[in-house]
Each structure stands twice: as C-alpha cells, then as structure tokens.
Design a protein around this ligand. Structure first.
Ligand code: NAD
Length: 489
C-alpha cells in the first residue's frame, strides 16, 4: 500500500503546513498502519481561515459574479475528473472503501452529483416578483432577491467523504458563498485535495479554505462559535448535530444538519419475487457505514421463517466475497477505525444480550488483515424496542423485524427517532405508495427505485436532520431572501 501525499491545509489561497509544523497520522483501515501525514491545524490556523473566507465574501465580487463562479466550479470539476485515480486512492486508504465501492458512492456518485448541481443551477431563480399592492393611499411594487448567505463552514464525516464534501462545497460555491471545509480527522486528504485543485483552478484567495486536525472538535467548535461564520452545514452524528445547534444559538447561526439514520425496508407479503427482495437486503456495502442504509428489514410475520431461511442462505452465499483490498468485485472492506470496530462489536454483543438470534456473522476477522474487519452480520428475532433496532450501529449489521400487517409495518418504521430514508416492496403499486406516504422520512424507495441522486433533495425528518442537500433545494439552502419594495411614482 503506497503512502498518500501529505494532506496540507489550504488557507487564503495557499497550501500550507499547520502553524509550528504539527502533523498527525492517517491510519489505513485495512492495515491499521500509517499511510500518510496530515497537517494538524491549530486555533491560529482556523482563525486565519475564517478571516480569509470573511474577507473574500465581503471584499471580492465572488458573491455577485455568477459567470465567474460557474466557470471556476466547472474547471474544478474537470480537475477532479482528471484526478479520479487519486480520489480512489484516498477513498480506499483513508475511508477503507473497497475497490468495487469506489465507482459507486465514493467517487462515481460524488462526481455525478457534482455534474447534477451544475445542470440544475441554471434553474435557480434569483428574483421573485410579488406584484404591486395598494395601501396607505399609494402603490408599492414588491420583489424578492436571493443572495448568498455569506461565509459557510462545511463540517463533514469520514464515511463517504468525497460525496459529502461535494454536496456542501459545490452548492455553497454556486450559491455565491465563501467557505471553510472541515473534514473528519480520519479523512483529511479528501478535504486537502479541494485546496490543491482549487489553487490549480485559479479560485480567488479565501473563497475556499480547508482546515483539519487530530482533535475532532477543535476546529468545528471554533467555526460554530464564530460570529463571522454565517452558516454551518454539518453532516455527522446526531449527538454532534445537537451540540452544533445548541452552540450555534449564541450567534443565531443558520444550521443545516444531515444526521444519522435507522431506515426501514418493508417487504410486504405480496412483494414480487419475495425471496430475491429479501436476499438483496444484505447490509454489506461499505460495511454498512452509510447514513441512508436500510438497516432495519421489516418482513411479514406470516413469511418470517421463509425470510430467515433466505437470509441465512444469502449471507452464506456472500461468504468471503469481501475484505480484499485488490478485488474489484468487492464492495465491502473494513470499518473505518479501531474505535468504530469496537463500537460495532459492542452492538453485536448487545444484540445477543437483548435476546436476538445471530443469523449470520458476528465476529471480528483479524485473518483478513491487521485492520478493522467485521463479518457481515444479521440479527433475526429482533423487536423494534431493542437497542440494536433503535440505535444507529454504522456497521455491517442488519436487524430483521416481523410485522403483522401494513399498519403495523408503518408503526414499526415510524417508531424510531430517525427518519432519513427507507423502502417498500409490493406487487400492488397503490398499496406500496400508501405505505410510503405514511412513513415519516426524507426519502423512500418504492420497489427499488433510486431515491438518492445528485438532482434530488436529500435530508431527514426528526433526528435525521434539518434541511435538504443536493438538487436545486441543496443550493437554495445557501441563500437568504431579501425583500425590496418601492413606492410607485
Ligand atoms: P461525527 O459527528 O463524530 O463527526 C462529524 C464531523 O464533525 C467531523 O468532521 C468531526 O471532526 C466534527 N466534530 C466532532 N465533534 C464536533 C464538535 N463538537 N463541534 C463541531 N464539529 C465536531 O460523525 P462521524 O463519526 O464522522 O460520522 C458518522 C456519523 O455521520 C453517523 O452517525 C452517520 O449517520 C452520519 N452521517 C450522516 C449523513 C447524512 O447525510 N445524513 C451522511 C454521512 C454520515
């Protein structure tokens, strides 16, 4: 495994080391070994990034020059496109992406989403006419104009870092904001590359800044507290999201949150090809480390034993087709870190204590390497009130819950603090649609339809978040409304 290039900060148009030259190690999830070094930003570095982003917003024409923005964001896309190999290396060696997963959520979907943003952007309306109204003896003409919100802090997680970074950075730039990108400590390189290529594309100094450090909270908390930052766009855990909302209150920060999930896939009793539908529900892609994964499988009690048998066979069939760094057919690698491995294993232990039946997997797999490998795992005989059914495990652990009828399936799906995504399968379209409409979540797939794409708004209900990312709505999140009204002469 080759070493990654050093991950440098990008502040005020310059790629640089941290103040005092401090660095931290990037650890490969595959081997547990050091695969790179990243600059360890200090408070002074974060302060410099805030100053640069503020100045670029207030003192340059970035906020008003739409043509310049489209030209540079397109140029940056082309540079990323030309660097897909490096993006793939970063996804594999920092986030632990299996090579077969790179073309999907890690790099392929991220780049497609970037293009989608550029494609929908011309539909954005910069003005809205409210017509005239007579009052107080005269006529007033009214119009709203939409303006970029200002300086954005984009705080991102490690699981699909390019996808989330693109979701925030590209939308904020197109809207006319300047920004500070703060990637997670596990995936600094996937942030640093935004600085490197922005410099190459010729972005004005201060428009994009990238800071990261070994302390997961330091830079983020500074950005959340600082009155010069106008909006926090955060993707990560619900716990940190709540803290950001609380701490952002002091400066009335606009907050946009994409948080955790525990989405339910409901297979109704009449689902066409029931066995295939069940067999396709294995939670293995990127070792289950996706916020929108369908980690609760809901099947009719009348067909529960059948579903269990199908799953046992499907997991056995999946077998050892995971965890090989080189195998292009593999879509599952290790989990991201030792800490994450311990967390997932503790949930597997908990599931057994709670009385669920381990249908497949359940163990760490050191034979796959010195990294953080956990077998594809499935729990049956799970009731929805168990912690393994309520809490986000963020690992390759599927729980299978029986339901009595459609109402019961909807009840179970909704008895969750989360509401991010989900799915319904039925031969009867109206029945499936009826169930989908009653689930309180931000997106639902019906009979396998793709409900996540770069031209569609994505986000959560309840504890899964506030606001929408991607699509036109994702760009609009970065705009303020200004109402102008003038007296008719
Ligand atoms: P996390 O919440 O620990 O960290 C996310 C980011 O916040 C990181 O950059 C981290 O350094 C930073 N951070 C940590 N503490 C902070 C603080 N006090 N103030 C400001 N920033 C702080 O999440 P994670 O472990 O990196 O990622 C996994 C979580 O992200 C999962 O819960 C997953 O569901 C969620 N996630 C959600 C989505 C979505 O779109 N809804 C997408 C991907 C991941």
């Amino acid at each position: 495994m080759a070493m990654l290039p050093d991950a440098k900060l990008f502040i005020d148009g310059t790629q640089r080391d941290a103040e005092g030259g401090k660095t931290f190690d990037i650890i490969s999830p595959w081997t547990g070994e050091v695969v790179g070094k990243a600059a360890d930003a200090s408070a002074t570095d974060v302060e410099a990034a805030i100053v640069a982003a503020r100045r670029a917003f207030d003192k340059t024409d970035w906020a008003t020059n739409v043509d310049l923005r489209v030209a540079l964001v397109t140029k940056l896309y082309d540079l990323f496109d030309a660097n897909r190999e490096r993006l793939s290396d970063l996804a594999r060696n920092e986030a632990g992406a299996a090579v077969g997963a790179v073309g999907r959520a890690h790099v392929g979907m991220a780049m497609e989403g970037w293009k989608d943003y550029l494609d929908v952007f011309p539909q954005l309306k910069w003005e809205k006419d409210y017509g005239t109204r007579t009052g107080y003896g005269f006529e007033t003409v009214r119009k709203a104009v939409y303006e970029p919100v200002g300086v954005v802090a984009a705080i991102t997680p490690w699981n699909v870092p390019l996808y989330v970074n693109v979701g925030k950075v590209v939308a904020a730039l197109l809207a006319g904001c300047t920004l500070i990108l703060k990637p997670a400590p596990n995936t600094p390189g996937m942030g640093a590359i935004f600085g490197e290529l922005a410099a190459e594309a010729g972005f004005p100094a201060g428009v994009i800044n990238v800071v990261f450090g070994s302390d997961p909270a330091l830079a983020g908390e500074m950005l959340v507290h600082d009155p010069r930052v106008d909006l926090i766009s955060f993707t990560g855990s619900t716990g940190v999201g709540k803290r950001i909302m609380e701490q952002g209150a002091a400066t009335l920060k606009r907050v946009f949150l994409e948080l955790g999930g525990k989405s339910a896939k409901i297979i109704l009793d009449d689902a066409p090809n029931f066995a295939m539908e069940v067999a396709q529900s294995l939670l293995v892609f990127h070792a289950g480390q996706g916020c929108a994964v369908q980690s609760r499988l809901l099947v009719p009690r009348s067909r529960y034993e059948e579903a269990k048998a199908v799953l046992a066979k499907a997991y056995a069939g999946f077998g050892e087709n995971w965890g090989d760094y080189e195998n292009p057919a593999h879509i599952m690698g290790p989990v991201v870190s030792k800490r994450q491995m311990e967390r997932v294993l503790s949930y597997i232990e908990l599931g057994q204590q709670e009385g669920a039946t381990l249908l497949a997997g359940g163990k760490a797999r050191p034979d796959k390497g010195n990294g953080y490998f956990i077998e594809p795992t499935c729990f049956a005989d799970v009731s929805n009130d168990m912690r393994i059914a309520q809490e986000e495990i963020f690992g390759p652990v599927l729980v299978v819950i029986p339901f009595e009828d459609d109402d019961d399936a909807v009840r179970i799906a909704n008895e969750s603090q989360y509401g991010l995504s989900g799915g319904v399968a039925s031969a009867d379209f109206d029945r499936a649609m009826g169930v989908a409409r009653r689930i309180r979540s931000g997106s639902i797939s019906i009979n396998g339809g793709m409900c996540i794409a770069g031209d569609l708004p994505f986000g959560g209900y309840k504890a899964s978040g506030i606001g929408r990312e991607w699509g036109l709505e994702g760009i609009e999140e970065f705009l303020e409304t200004k109402l102008l009204a003038w007296r008719q002469q």
